[in-house]
Design a protein around this ligand. Structure first.
Ligand SMILES: [Zn+2]
Length: 166
């Protein structure tokens, strides 16, 4: 479940992972790219694939790890195995399993809805199709955003050029 290399680096055994605090340390070590932001208490970082909140991201990992560890709901483990067999990489599977969790958190916070098990299971069953669709619209959005920034930059440069006395 955890990255075997990280578990080895931290001198842990698989049994140690039964402790949520240990899992939390392992998960943090699996995201060295967050370390600066976490130490500086930065809420949003952009690693080139959109804005991400490092603390929320780690919390999402912890929730998924607990669901897998406790086998509750069992569909989380089933989905993980299905995605692994489909050739997805371990860390990405966590992110995929985290999406239905974020949906639940969002629904709870935004619409004050209680945990909806049926929705959670339906979201899990929709993987990996829902993930792949989101990924392709995300990269389209990112490309669009980059193009927009470039257009703004060149418009500014043109304005500066035109302002210059001739
Ligand atoms: Zn991650």
């Amino acid at each position: 479940m955890a990255d075997p290399e990280v578990v080895r680096d931290l001198d842990l055994s698989v049994d140690d992972l039964a402790d949520p605090d240990v899992r939390s340390v392992v998960i943090r070590h699996e995201h060295p790219e967050f370390e600066d932001a976490l130490q500086d208490d930065v809420d949003e970082i952009d690693l080139g694939y959109g804005q991400i909140n490092p603390r929320l991201h780690l919390a999402m990992h912890e929730i998924v790890a607990t669901q897998l560890w406790e086998g509750d709901p069992p569909e989380v483990w089933e989905t993980a195995a299905r995605l692994r067999d489909a050739g997805y990489e371990r860390h990405e599977i966590f992110h995929m399993l985290g999406r239905p969790v974020s949906n639940q958190i969002w629904a709870g916070w935004q619409d004050r809805k209680p945990y909806d098990r049926a929705r959670h299971v339906a979201d899990l069953r929709a993987l990996p199709g829902s993930w792949e669709r989101e990924r392709s619209t995300m990269s389209a959005t990112n490309r669009h955003e980059v193009a927009r920034k470039q257009a703004r930059r060149s418009a500014r440069a043109t304005r500066r050029r035109n302002r210059r006395p001739k």
